[in-house]
Design a binder for this molecule. Structure first.
Ligand SMILES: *[C@@H]1O[C@H](CO)[C@@H](O)[C@H](O)[C@H]1NC(C)=O
Ligand SMILES: *[C@@H]1O[C@H](CO)[C@@H](O)[C@H](O)[C@H]1NC(C)=O
Ligand SMILES: *[C@@H]1O[C@H](CO)[C@@H](O)[C@H](O)[C@H]1NC(C)=O
Ligand SMILES: *[C@@H]1O[C@H](CO)[C@@H](O)[C@H](O)[C@H]1NC(C)=O
Ligand SMILES: *[C@@H]1O[C@H](CO)[C@@H](O)[C@H](O)[C@H]1NC(C)=O
Ligand SMILES: *[C@@H]1O[C@H](CO)[C@@H](O)[C@H](O)[C@H]1NC(C)=O
Ligand SMILES: *[C@@H]1O[C@H](CO)[C@@H](O)[C@H](O)[C@H]1NC(C)=O
Length: 612
């Protein structure tokens, strides 16, 4: 002690002799190496409590060993730079402020002591200095009076874990510093702060007891977590001094639980989907039960860590996810840039390890089926559009399609029956329709479409029984084309006879089909009974006036669909006309009515009017 005091005074003398830290004007003095401000050296002391600063040049990571510097003739000097000042002041020792080896004691500290402190180590040939910060906290910043509210800014707390249902002993940090003081044995008081409570000795239950200076936790519960404070009181020079320390106590999982680490992901049947030429991210989650031991989580590719692999496409990242009573979940992510299909053949293992065990699991990778949704959507869209198109085409061109189909696959009825006429036209005489039948309908059917047409008034022989002849003609025709009109088939008319013959022929299966052609819109009620009855079963082709004149119009196409199959491509048109004429000739040659018919083909109007 005596030697301490003597060196102390010596130091003070030297300190006062060199007031400035920076290079003095004396050229013999060494340049001082400045370590700047040490963040580790920062200290908080409660106002009115005792505390000390340790020169960071000697603390971890230490630059100097105090004992060896003393033997190398070094001296330690303390300076202070109060807040708001820019000139260091040498610290003058007093009963309150004293130096002990590498420490500067404040017994007690006051709010005015807050500021920057500099310690400088120097011998004749070398010099080093380092700064640190002291903050003197007002007690209400830490222990909020009688309310015992949790401290706003705690004095740096040490950490302690106690397993649930087990025990632990809390030692007040730095108690031994007070115990060094010669005057009396220090007293320790313990407090426990939680959000709601402030417990102070001796008000502990049977689970927690203060024994001597230590606080014993016999059985740990989750509610016993939190900040514990100990205040150490000691006597110095007749004065009672205190300092307070805190311990952050955390409840952790009982040590009886298994402590082997486990892999949460990848699970045994988890499949990571990867895409070629894209970035793949494989996430591994490991669970490390609470254990005071080093732990690790890492990926390997074909048994090699990313570092060993040395492929810049592969990288890994790690992060801490959650803490649950000391159990921790850690994540390691393997990132593969620009994934290639040969990467699929590699073995990707995630491994975890702590002092109690090791686990590894391979991740299953699967290449995502390369049918991107865009292409799928396009395909579907194209199909839909095509279907719509077909639908439209069918509805607009179904007649054409039907005709085309018939021209390719339809059978020419001429080869399968022995009928003479393709069409027998039945119509109301002396009406508007007569003109239509004799000019338009007959002309197109005979001349342009190549059908053999039977018109009773034209083709029957004078003198015969009308009934018999009508029936005979109708029977020899493949189609009965009925041009319906309001006056059609009035009682006892020729048309009615024809209609009845046609309907009978159809009913008897005589290879006769009845087609209705409507020249002018007529009302349903105007139809004769026979027609009304058959109307639903028969095809009705409507004449649309001028629109229907063209051979390419719907009327003719519709009609051709109902008539026997004849091909009328433009090239064959003349041909089929010739065929028709030739047929007529051959028929007529057997029939001895040659002259009349050939004339009629040339001058149909004249003949018809005379026949009518
Ligand atoms: C400091 O030096 C002394 C002797 O020179 C030695 O006993 C001591 O262990 C050293 N301390 C450190 C922290 O290196
Ligand atoms: C000063 O200290 C350094 C090492 O810190 C030492 O090498 C040197 O010899 C000392 N100088 C004197 C004069 O003792
Ligand atoms: C410690 O407590 C005892 C008993 O309460 C008391 O006699 C003693 O003076 C205290 N010491 C200090 C340093 O406060
Ligand atoms: C020291 O601590 C004791 C016990 O906690 C308290 O009664 C006393 O007021 C404190 N003294 C100072 C100077 O803070
Ligand atoms: C106490 O420790 C727990 C867990 O380590 C931490 O979440 C909490 O913030 C700490 N409390 C204080 C006041 O340091
Ligand atoms: C990648 O993993 C290795 C091995 O575990 C580890 O040393 C390295 O720190 C990790 N890299 C990152 C960025 O986490
Ligand atoms: C990868 O994990 C599987 C179990 O999932 C194991 O059989 C295999 O040996 C591991 N491979 C390496 C290189 O650790």
């Amino acid at each position: 002690m005596a030697s301490f005091i003597s060196t102390f005074f010596l130091l003070v003398v030297v300190a006062t002799a060199t007031p400035a830290v920076s290079q003095s004007s004396d050229p013999s003095e060494p340049m001082c190496y400045d370590w700047g401000e040490s963040s580790e050296g920062a200290v908080s002391i409660l106002d009115g409590e005792a505390g000390w600063l340790s020169c960071p040049l000697f603390s971890h990571p230490s630059v100097y060993n105090y004992s060896s510097t003393q033997s190398a003739g070094h001296n330690l000097f303390w300076y202070r730079l109060p807040d708001g000042h820019d000139l260091e002041q040498p610290i003058t020792s007093s009963s309150r402020i004293s130096k002990d080896r590498d420490r500067l004691w404040l017994q007690p500290a006051t709010a005015a002591d807050t500021g920057q402190y500099i310690c400088m180590l120097r011998n004749k040939s070398s010099c080093s200095k380092i700064a640190m910060r002291l903050k003197v906290l007002r007690p209400d910043e830490v222990l909020q009076g009688a309310n015992c509210k949790p401290p706003v800014a705690a004095v740096a707390a040490s950490q302690m874990n106690i397993p649930i249902q087990e025990g632990g002993i809390l030692d007040c940090p730095d108690l031994q510093e007070a115990a060094k003081m010669p005057e009396s044995k220090p007293n320790v008081t313990w407090y426990h702060f939680t959000e709601k409570h402030c417990n102070k000795a001796p008000f502990w239950g049977s689970d927690r007891q203060q024994k001597g200076d230590k606080l014993h936790v016999h059985i740990m519960y989750v509610s016993y977590q939190g900040l514990y404070f100990c205040t150490v009181s000691y006597q110095r020079r007749g004065q009672t001094l205190n300092f307070t320390r805190s311990i952050n106590v955390t409840a952790v999982q009982p040590s009886s639980l298994p402590k082997q680490p486990s892999i949460l992901n990848p699970t045994r049947d988890q499949i990571y989907t990867v895409k070629q030429n894209m970035e793949a991210r494989l996430v591994c989650r490991g669970m490390f039960p609470h254990l005071v031991s080093p732990w690790d989580i890492w990926w390997t590719v074909d048994g090699k860590t990313v570092d060993q692999l040395g492929d810049s496409r592969f990288s890994n990242t790690s992060r801490h996810v959650s803490y649950d009573y000391g159990d921790r979940i850690e994540v390691s992510e393997l990132v593969i840039k620009d994934f290639q299909s040969e990467d699929l053949n590699r073995e990707y293992n995630c491994s975890v390890r702590n002092a109690r065990g090791f686990d590894t699991r391979a991740a299953k990778l699967q290449e995502e089926v390369s049918l991107p949704s865009v292409e799928l959507g396009c395909g579907l869209g194209v199909t839909l559009v095509l279907m719509l198109l077909l639908f439209v085409v069918y509805h607009v061109f179904w007649l054409e399609l039907l005709l085309l189909y018939r021209s390719w696959f339809g059978t020419d009825e001429r080869h399968t029956d022995d009928k003479e006429y393709d069409v027998y036209i039945s119509y109301a005489r002396n009406g508007e329709e007569e003109q239509f039948v004799l000019t338009t309908l007959r002309r197109v059917l005979e001349n342009e479409l190549g059908y053999s047409v039977c018109i009773f008034d034209r083709d029957s022989l004078p003198g015969g029984t009308i009934t018999d002849e009508t029936l005979s003609f109708v029977a020899r025709s493949r189609r009965l084309l009925v041009v319906v009109s309001p006056g059609y088939a009035s009682q006892g008319s020729q048309a009615l006879l024809e209609l009845k013959a046609g309907i009978d022929g159809m009913a008897l299966g005589g290879h006769l089909r009845v087609i209705l052609v409507q020249y002018k819109p007529i009302r349903w009620q105007g139809w004769v009974r026979e027609l009304r009855r058959t109307r639903v079963a028969l095809a009705l082709v409507r004449w649309k006036g001028e629109k229907s004149r063209e051979l390419t119009s719907r009327f003719w196409k519709r009609l051709r669909v109902e008539l026997p199959v004849r091909t009328v491509s433009s090239g064959e048109e003349d041909n089929s006309k010739e065929v028709a004429l030739m047929r007529l000739h051959s028929q007529n040659s057997t029939n001895s009515q040659t002259g009349l018919i050939t004339n009629m083909v040339k001058e149909p109007h004249k003949v018809f009017s005379s026949a009518a």
